[in-house]
Design a protein around this ligand. Structure first.
Ligand code: NAD
Ligand code: IPM
Ligand code: MN
Length: 355
């Protein structure tokens, strides 16, 4: 039988609640479709940081490199500064494994209520493709004259030609697989005078290679407005690390709930494991109550199975999520229900087993 090695990192907060639900569903899918998953559990988190002064061991990436894919919950907890926890675990994995394509579907699912009036499933179905290794998320810069009245900080954005071209290419290739074949570029070349004009230049050059793909571009500010007013305009939206981050919370919000949004951190060349995690974070405000929505985590696990070549199993999990949302199955509070996290996970696992 086919065996896939999965590194499981629940991380912090509700990650510890959502990941077990995704494992229930993965187990049901493995039985149903006849493959094996070898799970290796890692408890790296802000608790690890408090105990050891590090978010993960010095050889953490070497350990993870032994896996075929990584399933992550969320990282970050009050008491440890976010830039310390995230730059100690999540961001080193994305960068160390060259997971440069952060792919985030924004899709209004049947039975889910969008906050936008008069919008239906046909209107909200697009991808945010986010650059995931460079751009505004850079370690270049720092603080000078600390503590004096001349104190200042700088933060350099880094856009390499290879890094820019490869994410644009990924977006165009994704668009080629979609009926609309349309790519929108998120820019800000009116205000940001070095990196963004360069981004536009590389986007135009890449567009030349894809004559079948229709393209347009908007400055990030009005693009946010268009996500709300015209979500039907979009098919594949490509953006830098920071712009893609912002758009990939806005997109799922217009599609109903951040709690169901999945994400894939892909190393397209498959030299390293890819990582799958929900878009949301550790939600300290509701953690420990077991009321969070596990669907973003479960959908991320479905994307992982697709990446591992278990496409039918992945599709079956997404279909089970759709069935649960459309019918009167258990729903968590963010979706207007009263169910607990485990009720939703169990219901989806049962649907996967039964299909
Ligand atoms: P968040 O996504 O954790 O929470 C934002 C709001 O959405 C909260 O009100 C929360 O209760 C709600 N929410 C999030 N996920 C939900 C779910 N599954 N079901 C129901 N409600 C849900 O964002 P934040 O508050 O900005 O960040 C909290 C911590 O998580 C910070 O430390 C942040 O850095 C970290 N974070 C980590 C990741 C990640 O690991 N990929 C992503 C985002 C934020
Ligand atoms: C995300 C998160 C992370 C990001 C944070 C926690 C560093 O917001 O995965 O979207 O900005 O990439
Ligand atoms: Mn984010």
């Amino acid at each position: 039988t086919r065996t896939h090695r999965i590194a499981v990192l629940p991380g912090d907060g509700i990650g510890k609640e959502t990941v077990p639900e995704s494992l229930k569903v993965l187990d049901a899918a493995a039985r149903r479709f006849g493959f094996d998953l070898t799970l290796t559990h890692y408890d790296w988190s802000c608790e690890t940081y408090r105990q050891t002064g590090r978010m993960m061991p010095a050889d953490g990436l070497d350990q993870l490199a032994q896996s075929d894919s990584i399933l992550l919950g969320a990282v970050g907890w009050p008491g440890v500064a976010d830039h310390v926890s995230l730059w100690g675990l999540l961001i080193p994995i994305r960068r160390g494994f060259d997971q440069y394509a952060n792919v985030r579907p924004c899709k209004l699912m049947p039975g889910v209520r969008t906050p936008l009036a008069d919008r239906t499933e046909a209107d909200i179905d697009f991808y945010v493709v986010r650059e995931n290794t460079e751009g505004e998320y850079s370690a270049v810069g720092g603080r000078m004259f600390e503590g004096t009245d001349r104190e200042f900080v700088t933060q350099q954005s880094v856009f390499t030609r290879q890094g820019t071209d490869r994410i644009l290419k990924y977006a165009f290739n994704l668009a080629m697989t979609r009926p609309k074949k349309h790519v929108t570029s998120a820019t800000k070349s009116n205000g940001i005078i070095h990196t963004m004009p360069y981004w536009d230049e590389r986007f135009a050059a890449m567009a030349q290679q894809y004559p079948d793909v229709r393209t347009d571009q908007y400055h990030i500010d009005i693009l946010c407005a268009h996500f709300v007013q015209h979500p039907d305009w979009f098919d594949v939206v490509v953006g830098s690390n920071l712009f893609g981050d912002i758009l990939s919370d806005l997109g799922p919000a217009v599609a109903g709930s951040i709690g169901i949004a999945p994400s894939a951190n892909i190393n397209p060349e498959r030299r390293f494991p890819s990582m799958f995690e929900p878009v949301h974070g550790s939600a300290p405000d509701i953690a420990g109550k077991f009321i969070c929505n596990p669907i973003g985590q479960i959908w991320s696990a479905a994307l992982m199975l697709e990446h591992l070549g278990e496409a039918e199993a992945g599709r079956t999990i997404v279909a089970a999520i759709e069935t649960l949302l459309r019918e009167s199955g258990p729903k968590t509070r963010d979706m207007g229900g009263q169910a607990g996290t485990a009720d939703v996970g169990t219901a989806i696992a049962e649907l996967v087993a039964a299909r």
